[in-house]
Design a protein around this ligand. Structure first.
Ligand SMILES: [Zn+2]
Length: 357
């Protein structure tokens, strides 16, 4: 069972650190110049330079593997949330109301099929607008998490690589892809700033709500630029610093309007946890990109083409009935007025970005 965990085998891995060719012996990979050795974890190549799996997460991964044939993806989601709930209660901690875990679980179960679908739908609109081919040879999803985007991205590339630092998450992704009969995806444990792929071999990189978690987001963009084969693209989104809605990770209103130092203080006080998220604005993202790498063009907007289908979908309409009542003709009008697009994007909850090489 373990040996079948990878769906296809991508054999051109390079050393994530020095990008040298790796010597492969069975399931062992070694880099001569930097004397690093890599192996597989539960059948997934593991090229991480740091460890990101907590003990609880490894226990969850073991449980998934033990019950692999009996579990469905939805079972795995439930197990994940019930584990979180139990641990919060056992530790006498109440960072959020434990009842919230139920809500999170239900929200995830309700949305995992639709949100990934809308994401790839918006991506297609971006590519069309930039005269970029919709179908690519090789794509990477960096920070693929539980596979919500990957499931739909698989249809946009001949060969798709799902990258994440979390082992149990990749096991969930694996299950999701298997259940849906997806066979062109390779999963690999690796860090976004240290991708184990050769230079100039990737046609498109997707990175959903992950860049704000990198300790050095610039290093990730530089790495994207290295992997990119022209005419390639990176599609990503991040929570907007000046969002008119509460900050997505913490639920705190107006967090982005404070300085970075104050953000840390407020989060520690209100949530009781460390704050290691970089909140980007349109301007700060643009500056970071410009100081990091050369690229052909970039488009950043809070109201991309194709978002209508998501806004007016029944699930979203249930969550935000007022927004869904805005007449459909409004968004196309806003888009043809550059000043208005900028203004609304300034307060939009997330920014979608397409960078082209
Ligand atoms: Zn090396």
């Amino acid at each position: 069972m373990v040996s079948t965990l990878n769906l296809v085998s991508y054999s051109n891995w390079v050393c994530p650190k020095c990008k040298g060719i790796l010597k492969v012996e069975g399931r062992q990979y070694s880099c001569e110049p930097c004397e690093l050795r890599f192996s597989e974890k539960y059948g997934i190549p593991d090229f991480r330079l740091n460890n990101y799996d907590s003990e609880n997460q490894l226990n969850l991964a073991e449980e998934y593997l033990k019950l692999w044939d009996k579990l469905t993806y939805e079972d795995m989601v439930r197990m994940r949330f019930s584990g979180l709930r139990q641990r919060a209660l056992a530790a006498g901690k109440n960072p959020c109301d434990p009842k919230m875990w139920d809500l999170d679980e239900q929200a995830h179960l309700a949305s995992y099929r639709t949100r990934g679908k809308y994401h790839s739908h918006i991506l297609k609109h971006f590519l069309r607008r930039s005269d970029q081919a919709e179908h690519s040879k090789r794509l990477i999803d960096v920070g693929c998490g539980w596979g919500r985007d990957l499931l739909h991205l698989a249809g946009l590339g001949d060969e798709v690589i799902g990258v994440d630092v979390s082992t149990y998450s990749l096991l969930m992704t694996k299950k999701l892809l298997q259940e849906n009969g997806v066979t062109n995806v390779t999963l690999v444990l690796a860090e976004g700033q240290f991708l184990p792929v050769p230079s100039q071999c990737i046609d498109g990189i997707n990175c959903s709500a992950t860049i704000e978690h990198f300790p050095l987001p610039g290093d990730f963009l530089r790495e994207c630029s290295r992997c990119m084969r022209e005419p390639g693209w990176v599609f990503l989104y991040y929570p907007n610093r000046y969002s008119a809605l509460p900050e997505t990770h913490t639920g705190i209103w107006g967090l982005g309007f404070r300085s970075e130092k104050q953000q840390k203080k407020v989060v520690r006080k209100r949530i009781g946890s460390e704050w290691n998220v970089t909140l980007f604005s349109r301007r700060s993202f643009f500056c970071l990109l410009g100081s990091t790498c050369e690229y052909k063009s970039v488009r950043i907007t809070g109201i991309p083409d194709g978002i209508e289908e998501f806004l007016y979908s029944s699930k979203f309409a249930k969550m935000f009935p007022r927004l869904a009542r805005v007449p459909k003709v409004v968004l196309p009008i806003i888009r043809v007025m550059p000043g208005l697009d900028r203004l609304i994007s300034f307060f939009a909850p997330v920014h979608f970005v397409l960078i082209r090489w």
